[in-house]
Design a protein around this ligand. Structure first.
Ligand code: SF4
Length: 260
């Protein structure tokens, strides 16, 4: 009888750990003030739903995510246009293309030799191991993230951007805007908080909803670029000023009470 109870207990623990791969139990109790859904509602109320990260195919979005490191999206668009104009925007073509040709095409995105080499090598690996980009994207969220991170030239932000926008996996993307805005909203959150910790703060307080995650990141980028600027944030016209510690001190808003 005792043995049966022990077996049942172990089975329960085992099934719970398999289902619960998205959020480590340690982070279930992290409570954010203000709640992230409240932040999102305020941003969406101002900017509307942002149809972000355009691309005609999953592969094009993937290429954009690899090329966008250390440059502006405008420059990436020029590189993407070059590849498309040449009719080479597919996994086979890029993995077989002569490096010199690929370098010329991605030149507008900067660091073109390094980026061409990396894009070429990553495409060759995907072609060899998975046959197609959608073959790679069949991996589960955690497995896909780990595989992308194991490829040279793909860091956490790029891996999550690919998983979210190209593969359609609900994984939260963190970038410099996210760090800056969250630190200004709540000074207890360090601007140097690790990528993983900030990501888990959001994921442990939000449902893993693909549309929400895609749009939330886009909203942060919109705010960070145009309002919560690095040097001189425009707090007076910010949709988050009523929940933001920095906004309250800069605008003298005495109604702010901790951003709950
Ligand atoms: S209120 Fe100011 S500091 Fe706070 S998020 Fe808005 S712009 Fe940034």
């Amino acid at each position: 009888m005792m043995l049966q109870k022990l077996k049942a207990l172990l089975l329960n623990l085992n099934s719970a750990s398999k289902e619960d791969t998205h959020i480590p139990p340690l982070f279930h109790s992290v409570v954010m003030h203000p709640r992230p859904d409240r932040i999102y509602d305020k941003l969406r109320g101002r900017f509307g739903f942002l149809n972000w990260w355009p691309g005609d195919t999953h592969f094009e979005i993937f290429v954009g995510a690899v090329l966008t490191q250390q440059t502006t999206w405008k420059n990436v668009e020029k590189a993407i246009a070059n590849i498309k104009r040449a009719g080479r925007m597919d996994l086979d073509s890029i993995s077989r293309m002569h490096l010199r040709n690929l370098e010329a095409m991605v030149k507008p995105s900067g660091y073109y030799r390094q980026k061409a080499r990396r894009l070429h090598d990553i495409c060759s690996i995907i072609k060899r191991e998975y046959g197609s980009i959608d073959g790679l994207f069949k991996l589960g969220s955690a497995e896909l993230r780990a595989r992308l991170l194991s490829m040279k030239g793909i860091g956490e932000e790029t891996a999550d951007s690919i998983a979210l926008y190209a593969a359609g996996k609900p994984t939260f993307v963190v970038d410099a805007y996210t760090r800056r805005i969250m630190h200004r909203i709540d000074h207890k959150i360090s601007e140097k908080i690790s990528y993983g910790d900030l990501k888990l703060m959001f994921e442990s307080n939000l449902k893993p909803d693909l549309t929400l995650y895609k749009d939330f990141h886009a909203q942060f980028v919109e705010l960070g670029k145009n309002i919560c600027k690095k040097r001189d944030p425009l707090c007076g016209g910010c949709p988050l000023k009523s929940v933001c510690e920095t906004g309250a001190s800069r605008t003298g808003d005495i109604k702010w009470h901790g951003g709950v």
